[in-house]
Unconditional design. Structure first.
Length: 436
């Protein structure tokens, strides 16, 4: 969830195709729109979409939207209170992030100390940028989805690992080495879930004198060890299916049940649940495609995007994207994707579609492949745009993967997050998880 800006150089400066006072450039492969004073290879600060700028930074650089007494715009482009950056088209050219001159940070730090490759979010105690989290109206109840702890015992699952964050591909070029074995799979827009057949530890909280008596007669141990099937969201263990962000996690139960009796001891499966929570309630919020102001996109994908992935109303489906084996000492073995697919076929469950397997040569070649598979109609449901792809380095000992969202999806994502009653469910769930 961490968001930051990058000190980098702007490349491939060219004149805007439909505006005399604007230029276009490229940062991390993304098209950005800048003023006429920007020069090729100039060092500056790049803010990716999906973030918000700090209010002090906006004021200092006149970025807040202003209107005269007649309501006419007289400068700035960010709405005060949100200061949100999102993907959009500006006079026919794609805008994917914001590039600002380095001197825009002059008030907040000694810019002479900044070098290419630095990542910044807060300077001298001032927030320059942060993750944009819409507040909206959450669909959850006040229950946490976790069972209450009793006075006599506490249950733990010490080997049930959370899923590690998948970083952005564009900012991790240095993670790849010539000869790496890479795989490209579909990125799906749903909610995360994980299931494991793992060790359960039950710790006794009996009074010492009572515990001593029970132990003398061998009726109890301080810590009972057993194996159990358990599921969770990205970060929270679901000891029951009550509560949670959605108010009711019962839609997850069917997917938990698919793995019961099929996983080997120590196996953990990570998957995306897509489709619907219940009738007329999709997991991920709908988007009005009209708000894109892109007639070509509307003609191809219709007036509304619903991320149904081919599921019937009220139904959901699970797609596995990762599996591990953890022994009793906590040592984790990452399954290669071929083995993930084999195990899924054995268990009768679905896995995320795989597009490509190749040996890494250059980052340019990788980007070309990513752009090829990351755009267009989603291959599962065939009714909406695909979110993007995930690139996995298969020869790493630990899970190493990077995500890439296509530009049109980022436009839709920005529109969805802008709706007060449609927050980003997955991110809001992670915020809730942080507090649990």
């Amino acid at each position: 969830m961490a968001y930051c800006a990058y000190i980098t150089r702007i490349k491939n400066i060219r004149k805007h195709s439909n505006a005399d006072r604007l230029q276009c450039g490229v940062c991390f492969g993304n098209n950005v729109i800048v003023g006429m004073n920007m020069t090729e290879d100039e060092l500056g600060i790049y803010f990716p979409v999906d973030g918000r700028l700090g209010i002090e930074y906006c004021v200092e650089n006149n970025l807040l939207r202003k209107k005269d007494e007649n309501g006419n715009s007289i400068g700035g482009f960010l709405e005060e209170g949100k200061q949100k950056l999102q993907a959009l088209k500006l006079r026919g050219e794609m805008s994917d992030g914001l590039f600002m001159p380095l001197k825009s940070l002059d008030k907040f730090t000694d810019i002479a100390t900044l070098t290419e490759g630095d990542q910044i979010a807060i300077l001298d105690g001032v927030v320059i940028c942060e993750k944009y989290i819409p507040r909206g109206n959450p669909r959850r109840s006040h229950q946490s989805g976790c069972a209450k702890t009793t006075k006599t015992e506490k249950t733990k699952y010490p080997l049930f690992a959370e899923h590690s964050n998948t970083l952005q591909l564009a900012y991790n070029e240095n993670a790849f080495r010539k000869g790496d074995q890479c795989e490209i799979t579909l990125k799906m827009h749903g909610t995360s879930q994980r299931t494991s057949y793992t060790i359960k530890e039950t710790h006794s909280f009996l009074p010492s004198w009572l515990y001593a008596i029970f132990r003398f007669f061998r009726l109890i141990r301080k810590t009972e060890i057993d194996w159990e099937y358990i599921s969770g969201t990205r970060r929270v263990v679901l000891k029951n299916m009550d509560g949670g962000w959605y108010g009711d996690n019962s839609f997850r139960q069917q997917h938990h049940d698919k793995f019961v009796g099929k996983l080997q001891k120590g196996e953990t499966v990570y998957y995306e649940v897509v489709g619907y929570l219940r009738e007329n309630s999709p997991i991920m919020s709908d988007c009005s495609n009209k708000k894109t102001n892109d007639m070509g996109f509307i003609r191809r994908y219709g007036e509304t995007t619903r991320f149904s992935y081919g599921c019937e109303d009220g139904k959901s489906e699970a797609y596995v994207y990762r599996m591990t084996m953890t022994n009793e000492d906590g040592y984790v073995v990452e399954y290669p994707y071929d083995l993930v697919k084999t195990r899924c076929e054995q268990m009768g469950v679905k896995y995320c579609p795989e597009f490509d397997k190749f040996t890494f040569t250059t980052f340019d070649d990788l980007v070309e492949r990513v752009n090829k598979y990351g755009e267009g109609l989603d291959p599962v449901g065939q009714t909406h745009i695909r979110e993007g792809v995930v690139v996995r380095i298969a020869n790493k000992e630990r899970f190493t993967a990077f995500k890439h969202k296509n530009w049109h999806f980022k436009v839709l994502e920005g529109i969805i997050k802008d709706a007060a009653d449609a927050p980003d469910i997955e991110e809001s769930q992670e915020v809730e998880d942080d507090a649990t």
